[in-house]
Write a protein that binds this ligand. Structure first.
Ligand code: NAG
Ligand code: NAG
Ligand code: NAG
Ligand code: NAG
Length: 336
């Protein structure tokens, strides 16, 4: 009995040694490898031979997941993009917050105003109020882009002048407000920094480097100022609608999971992502909202470049605290 079992185990081990992959995924087809090679060309990727085979496996796993998703009945589509040769673990390490942030705006100081909100709004279409989509690169600095995007729009709405503001100053200088450069931070804390620092420079005088650096702030070059910071109460998504509908775009954070990385269009929705402030890992900017076929959504500016998603934007289901999007929202009152 024991001998037979040992022989069987030996046989299995021999079979496993013959087949490098005894898992259930079918081997990479010629078609899939061709697809990978054209993706490499489009995305300017070059690898060593060893890395080529490793990236090919990851790419094919991502592509199959995308195809499976798109064959199903979902409110959003997935597609290949600049992240398609990376595992989610790699994306998380390079682009998202590694640790939970102090997203503790449980008590908002937002004053509700009277009157109805518009049923839909898109600040990109109301005037020259939103700067082009930027790219954070391989640095967990999403919070700086959410911050500059929000302040840029708030100033443009207040003054008619659209500035492009310096993320790198926030990366380099905002540590005293619990921010950690390429390792994460929060828009509400960055607005506090700008308020107490008395100003933020422009992209032109303090260019973005996508890495931690030392603070080079020059007060005489500051062009944007904050008078007050508004935190929206924890889980008050109607409060976010009111802020975006009546005032300006709003910074918020949510939990990015593997499927979101491959988002290409439609209304993102996920029944299993987390909804609590300790789980959010990416900050972005709500520039509007609307509704399609009975599904309400937010229009959101991301910082992964204009080639990701819908020209750098995505829609996400509204009204359900989807992936914790109402856990950590804020905006600045600009000093103009
Ligand atoms: C797709 O899902 C929606 C809502 O979940 C449902 O109303 C619709 O009938 C489904 N369509 C198909 C073709 O299954
Ligand atoms: C959260 O706040 C505490 C106290 O202010 C601070 O020590 C800690 O570093 C903060 N954590 C993060 C991730 O910012
Ligand atoms: C960036 O600098 C912050 C301090 O400002 C530090 O906490 C963090 O670990 C650094 N991150 C990287 C990726 O070097
Ligand atoms: C807003 O929240 C931040 C933390 O995210 C906190 O430091 C700040 O004091 C809050 N501001 C107000 C006015 O409540």
């Amino acid at each position: 009995m024991l001998a037979r079992r040992r022989a069987l185990l030996g046989l299995l081990a021999a079979a496993a040694a013959l087949l490098p992959c005894v898992c259930s995924a079918p081997p990479v087809s010629a078609d899939e490898e061709f697809h990978f090679k054209s993706w490499m060309l489009q995305n300017n990727r070059k690898y060593s031979l060893e890395e080529y085979y490793q990236r090919l496996q990851i790419f094919v796993a991502n592509k199959r997941r995308i195809d499976r998703h798109n064959a199903g009945n979902h409110t959003f589509e997935m597609g290949l993009n600049q992240f398609s040769d990376m595992t989610f673990t790699e994306v998380r390490k390079k682009y998202l917050w590694s640790e939970p942030q102090n997203c503790s705006a449980t008590k908002g100081n937002f004053l509700a105003s009277s009157g109805p909100c518009p049923s839909a709004i898109d600040w990109r279409k109301k005037g020259n109020y939103v700067t082009p989509v930027k790219n954070q690169g391989g640095c967990g600095s999403c919070w700086t882009f959410s911050t500059t995007g929000c302040l840029e729009s708030a100033i443009a709405i207040a003054t008619g002048k659209l500035l492009s503001l310096a993320e790198q100053q926030l990366v380099d200088c905002a540590q005293d407000f619990n921010n950690h450069g390429c390792s994460g931070g929060l828009p509400s804390q960055a607005f506090e920094y700008i308020l107490y620092n008395k100003g933020l420079q422009g992209e032109d005088t303090y260019p973005y480097k996508a890495q931690n650096g030392t603070c080079k702030f020059q007060p005489e070059k500051a062009i944007a100022f904050v008078k007050d910071v508004v935190n929206i109460t924890l889980y008050d998504e109607p409060g976010m609608v009111e802020a975006v509908g009546k005032h300006n775009p709003v910074s918020f954070a949510f939990e990015v999971t593997g499927d979101f990385v491959s988002y290409s269009k439609g209304i993102y929705s996920n029944p299993t992502c987390d909804k609590t402030p300790d789980k959010v890992n990416h900050a972005v900017l709500a520039v509007g909202y609307g509704e399609e076929n009975g599904t309400p959504y937010w229009i959101v500016k991301n910082s992964w470049g204009p080639l990701w998603g819908m020209d750098g934007y995505f829609l996400i289901e509204r009204g359900k605290n989807m992936c914790g999007l109402a856990a950590c929202a804020s905006y600045p009152i600009p000093q103009v």
